[in-house]
Ligand binder design. Structure first.
Ligand SMILES: *Cc1c(COP(=O)(O)O)cnc(C)c1O
Length: 408
């Protein structure tokens, strides 16, 4: 904290000016924010019903359509973090007594379960150990057997590092007339989120992961099937703030006041999306893919295997297994104190077993990765663990001739 404390009334000391420490954010989010985005946030605010604000919201809508690879007109940023998008998605399409099927293989599918239960749904869970994924055949059989009204899955499970393919889920869901909700918080703008092609009806994300924007908004998109369900609701929606019909009368043609949108966050998201568009989605996915592969090879040189099987690993969030005898709390303390690097550990069933390393957006650069690897190697050595090779050399070998990007 700053030294300059001002003596105010009575015994109260007014805190000095902010002086946040410089961190290299390489955990599960928030991620590094580019200077341009900070500068956008510091431009003058206008009101939440100013024509300029609606232009900003419209720019965001168009760029989010591209990022989500969707034609959905109903695409917007919800005021609130990723969990607000999750709750908006779940609440608006779920009515009490509905059957809500969840593919449960991590922390965020548990959160979705809880939200669906709070909407009065009958939740049916297909459970797998954290880090495993559901095959097309399993997904298909589950949905056809249970015949739910809504199906939820997490495309990019940040608690485990696993990627869940959604095509088979969406196809079976359509056949039994169920809607599909996909959590794309840790995938959007880091790896392909092909909403329309996959057949996802409702997708949401967050700003502080691969979009590299401060937390506070949640991109959300719904197709016509989902909107028909929202319009046909019989039960009144218990949430006022996240009622999509009300939000549509704000951001849609009516432009009717609903809440005071957090204007600086809209500026930030607009700038972050401009950065995504300038890089190009394909190039951005390729960068995340190549850095992911480089990290996997480097981790192997450090003696760390990955918790998730190849082919199912996220390109954005990595869960290397800690070598035998290495304490994750001490290792993370070393990284933070020696280099200001933030990575997180595992929790739940993965407590003490893995690290959670985010290589997302502005955090996923070769320079940052080399800094991380150097410090990881030193931190492991401090606990008496030396790997079998040079992690930087291993990463550079991948960058020199990266494997082709797979079709996901
Ligand atoms: C981070 C995250 C969320 C929740 O986002 P908050 O911004 O923390 O509310 C939801 N789902 C997944 C997969 C996440 O990684």
């Amino acid at each position: 904290m700053s030294q300059t404390e001002i003596h105010a009334e009575g015994a109260f000391l007014v805190p000095g000016p902010l002086a946040p420490p410089t961190r290299l954010l390489m955990g599960p989010g928030p991620t590094m924010v580019e200077q341009r985005v900070y500068e956008a946030m510091a431009t003058p605010i206008v009101s939440h019903v100013d024509a300029y604000f609606f232009e900003v919201a419209e720019d965001i809508r168009k760029m989010l359509q591209l990022a989500f690879a969707t034609q959905n007109n109903f695409t917007m940023a919800i005021s609130g973090t990723g969990s607000a998008g999750m709750e908006a998605a779940v609440a608006n399409v779920t009515e009490p007594g509905m059957r809500f099927a969840v593919f449960a293989n991590g922390y965020f599918s548990d959160r979705m379960t809880e939200m669906a239960q709070r909407q009065g749904a009958e939740v049916i869970r297909f459970e797998k150990p954290w880090g495993e994924v559901f095959s097309d055949e399993e997904a298909d059989a589950f949905v056809r057997r249970e015949r739910p009204h809504v199906v939820g899955y997490v495309q990019a499970e940040t608690s485990t590092g696993a990627y869940q393919q959604g095509r088979a889920i969406a196809k079976a869901a359509r056949d039994v007339d169920a809607l599909v909700i996909a959590d794309c918080v840790t995938s959007l703008a880091g790896m392909p989120v092909l909403v329309d092609e996959t057949g996802i009806d409702v997708a949401y994300s967050g700003t502080q992961k691969a979009l590299s924007c401060p937390p506070g908004l949640s991109p959300l998109t719904l197709n016509e099937r989902a909107l028909d369900r929202v319009r046909a609701r019989k039960a009144p929606l218990a949430t006022w703030y996240l009622d999509l019909r009300l939000l549509d009368s704000y951001y849609g043609d009516a432009k009717r006041y609903h809440h005071t949108a957090p204007i600086p966050l809209f500026y930030a998201l607009r700038e972050a999306l401009r950065i995504v568009m300038e890089e190009g989605l394909d190039a951005r996915w390729r960068r995340h893919w190549e850095n992911h592969m480089a990290f996997v090879e480097a981790a192997s040189a450090l003696g760390m295997k990955m918790h998730v099987e190849p082919g199912h690993q996220l390109w954005t969030l990595h869960t290397p297994l800690l070598p035998e005898g290495v304490n994750d709390v001490a290792l993370r303390k070393f990284l933070l104190e020696n280099a200001g690097i933030e990575v997180l550990g595992g929790f739940g069933p993965l407590q003490g077993k893995v690290l959670r390393i985010g290589l997302m957006g502005a955090s996923s650069t070769r320079t940052h990765i080399e800094t991380l690897l150097t410090n990881l190697q030193q931190g492991l050595a401090a606990q008496g663990h030396s790997g079998s090779g040079d992690p930087i050399e291993a990463a550079r070998a991948v960058w020199a001739s990266p494997p082709p990007i797979p079709h996901v």
